[in-house]
Each structure stands twice: as structure tokens, then as C-alpha cells.
Design a protein around this ligand. Structure first.
Ligand code: ADP
Length: 400
């Protein structure tokens, strides 16, 4: 089954054609700087096409054109595509599982745009474009939020006046759901036990980052909240801070809410503290050369992760594994060492040698010592592949 996975970002469009049976990627496309004169489309890593000023649906049309007519397209025509699967950042309270597209579904995704203003509207544009370009193939929607719908009210409610929940649906939704679900399942596979018997803490540490407490396969709490700003310190996002700081700075510097939003989402986190970059590799390099602010950024980042793992150790009634995934979690042996050196007293004991055997293994593995009470696992993530699998599973279940 060939699935076209569509991941619409705020100014990027990632598409991947996946053979879901073979779990193989047939084509990857990335459109960047959408809507600007620099807009460019890269197909399967090498073929670069300028798509100057292209909107997101035009970028999608270029990709489909390539798949239909391209000399080195992996398929003969668009009729070789069996389904499309869209990543949707927010499903709000409407969606508790992946769904197939119909008009009512699109209406609800649109209503959730308030919760993901940079992403959901673009996803709706792509869904509409697919309806137009290949009306007969089913479209599935896979949400970042649905894995966390099992959180209990004590975890998802904020201690604000109740009317903000009833009037505006302000509550914790969480994010990176497909990643947390997959990481927990892979950890259970690595341990060789059923996920329904396990307590697992999943750490998705990329440019954005979140940690989830997974009890018997279900998310019971997660660090991201109403928006992806809450929780861990991230690349450019502050994560959780005293909310009074926000009004204080706005007053002091006479900032509009938009300017303040920009400070919290784009100027803070690793970038804000290091002053050099939001990219962990650059910061590690700078710290090795003695840059004190880069050292502090790493120290603070690791401390935020340490605290969240500690909180979920308390929340879960048993913890069998901690899983590290996404760019930093998968690739940085150094960060893993800093974090788990601080957590050994909880029974999470890293094997330094296994931890340092990195990318040539490149696969999911356990990096704790053999008799560590809690296993430390690394799971490699590929969001588009996971969306393809979920899409295929949804379509197969409906055909049964
Ligand atoms: P996104 O959230 O955009 O999908 P990724 O999951 O790709 O992000 O993670 C990007 C982050 O991972 C960046 O901070 C990058 O520096 C970091 N990263 C990637 N490889 C390494 C590495 N070998 N060592 C340290 N950090 C790494």
C-alpha cells in the first residue's frame, strides 16, 4: 500500500511516499520558505526546484506533478497512490483517534486552528488540495494530540477560573503524540514485555521537546500543555516559566502580545541562554571551546529533562523504562550521560560504553547496564513513517 504522507508546517511542507507493507520510503520531498521568494523544493535529497513565492498548495501540486510525470519518480502515475495521511498538530477535544476525512472532520480541524494557528490552516489547505487532485483516494488524519486524550482531568486541567475551560477549552493537550506512542511501544518490544504491563517515561528531545508518562500503554501526563510552549526548555522556546514574568516584561518594555509571543517562542530556550544558536550541536561545540553561556544552556536543558523525569517517576506507580528519542535524545551521547548521571539514584543506570556506541548502530537499543532496575532505551523516530503506518492500519481496519 503506497501512502503519501503530508506534514504541513508553518513555512515548510514535508511529503513522503511510503510503501507501508515494506515500511520503505520511496520518495521524500521538502518545500522550504513557502510563500517567500526563496521558496525551494528538494526532492529525495538531491533534486532542487525553485518554486518562488509558491503557496503551500502550489508546493504540493509540484510534488504531485513530479510523482506523476517525473523521470525518476518511483511510481508510474498518481493512481499508484492508495491513500494519503496528514499530520495534524491539534485535534483539540474533538479527536481521540486517527480518522478518515469528511466534511465534518475538516470543519473540526479548522475549528482547532485557534490552538495551532501556524499549522492547522495549512493542513486544511493540503487536505482540500488532495480532494481536488485525487478525489478518489481516502485521506487519513493523524493527530499530535490524540495519544494524550487518556490524561485524567487532574493532569489536563489548569488551576484557572473554570470558565476558561468551558468557554475557550483551555486545558493541556500535549503534543508529539505519535512519537510518544511509538517510543513507548518500541521500548516494550526492546524489553520483551507487553506495553499493557509497563510504566514508561518517553522523552522526545528535538528542536521542540516533550516528555510523557505512559502507564500501561496510555499517556497519563505530558509536559507540553495548551500550546507547545509549556514544559521543557527547547531550541528557541522558553518552556515553563513563572507566568508573572510575561506581564512584567510586557509592562517594562511596553511589548505587544505578539512581540512577547515572539520572545517566548523564538528568542528563548537554548538560543536565548547561549546567545549563539538553537542547535544543540553548535552549543555543545561552543561549550567544548569554553563558552560559559553554552555550558549554562546545556546544564539548564539537562536539568529541565531531569526534573520532568523525576516528576513522572513520582506520577507513575511503576517505571520500567525511560526512552530517549528525536534529534537530541537519539544522537547526543553527551546529553544522555549528563542527564542519567543525575538520575542513577532513581535506578536509571547508564552503561557508558553502550551509550557511546552511536550512529553506526543507528537502531533501537537499550543503553542501561544489564541489571539497571529501570531500562534506558534509545528509539529512532521517523514521523512520516509512523503516520504512514497509522494511515495503513486505519484503512485496513475499515476494510475488514
Ligand atoms: P525537529 O523537532 O525539528 O524534528 P530534530 O528531532 O531533528 O528536530 O532535532 C533537532 C535537534 O537535534 C537539534 O538541536 C540538533 O542539534 C540536535 N542533534 C542532532 N544530532 C545531534 C548530535 N549528534 N548531537 C547533539 N545534538 C544533535
Amino acid at each position: 500500500m503506497n501512502i503519501l504522507v503530508i506534514n504541513a508546517g508553518s513555512s515548510t511542507l514535508k511529503c513522503q511516499l511510503v510503501d507501508a507493507n515494506k515500511k520503505a520510503s520511496l520518495m521524500k520531498a521538502l518545500a522550504e520558505h513557502i510563500g517567500s521568494p526563496d521558496a525551494v523544493l528538494t526532492i529525495s535529497g538531491h533534486k532542487q526546484i525553485s518554486i518562488k513565492n509558491a503557496s503551500i498548495d502550489t508546493a504540493l501540486e509540484h510534488i504531485l506533478e513530479y510523482l506523476n510525470d517525473g523521470q525518476d519518480s518511483p511510481i508510474h502515475s498518481l493512481s499508484d497512490i492508495n491513500a494519503s495521511g496528514h499530520r495534524i498538530v491539534s485535534g483539540g477535544e474533538y479527536f481521540t483517534e486517527s480518522v478518515l476525512v469528511d466534511e465534518e472532520v475538516i470543519r473540526k480541524v479548522d475549528l482547532c486552528s485557534e490552538l495551532a494557528p501556524l499549522h492547522n490552516p495549512n493542513a486544511v489547505i493540503c487536505i482540500r488540495a488532495c480532494q481536488k487532485l485525487f478525489p478518489r483516494i481516502p485521506q487519513a488524519l493523524v493527530f499530535d494530540t490524540t495519544f494524550h486524550h487518556t490524561m485524567p482531568p487532574k493532569a489536563y486541567m489548569y488551576p484557572l477560573p473554570m470558565r476558561y475551560y468551558t468557554d475557550y477549552a483551555i486545558r493541556r493537550y500535549g503534543a508529539h503524540g505519535t512519537s510518544h506512542r511509538y517510543a513507548a511501544q518500541q521500548a516494550a518490544n526492546l524489553i520483551g514485555r507487553r506495553i499493557t504491563d509497563l510504566g514508561i517515561i518517553t522523552c522526545h528531545l528535538g528542536n521542540g521537546g516533550s516528555i510523557a508518562a505512559v502507564s500501561n500503554g496510555k499517556s497519563v501526563d505530558t509536559t507540553m500543555g495548551f500550546t507547545p510552549l509549556e514544559g521543557l526548555m527547547m531550541g528557541t522556546r522558553s518552556g515553563s516559566i513563572d507566568p508573572a514574568i510575561v506581564t512584567y516584561i510586557m509592562r517594562k518594555e511596553n511589548l505587544s502580545y505578539k512581540q512577547m509571543d515572539d520572545v517566548l517562542n523564538r528568542q528563548s530556550g537554548l538560543l536565548g541562554i547561549s546567545g549563539i544558536s538553537s542547535d544543540m550541536r553548535t552549543i555543545i561545540d561552543a561549550a567544548h571551546q569554553g563558552n560559559k553561556n553554552a555550558e549554562l544552556a546545556i546544564d539548564m536543558y539537562a536539568y529541565a529533562v531531569q526534573k520532568a523525569i523525576g516528576a513522572y517517576f513520582a506520577v507513575l506507580n511503576r517505571v520500567d523504562a525511560v526512552v530517549m528519542t528525536a534529534g537530541i535524545g537519539e544522537n547526543s551521547a553527551e546529553l544522555r550521560e549528563i542527564i542519567f548521571d543525575r538520575l542513577a539514584h532513581l535506578g536509571m543506570i547508564l552503561d557508558r560504553q553502550k551509550n557511546n556506541m552511536t550512529s553506526d548502530l543507528g537502531s533501537d537499543r537499550i543503553v542501561s547496564i544489564d541489571d539497571s532496575p529501570i531500562k534506558i532505551c534509545i528509539v529512532t523516530t521517523d514521523e512520516e513513517l509512523r503516520i504512514a503506518r497509522e494511515t495503513a492500519a486505519l484503512i485496513e481496519s475499515l476494510n475488514k
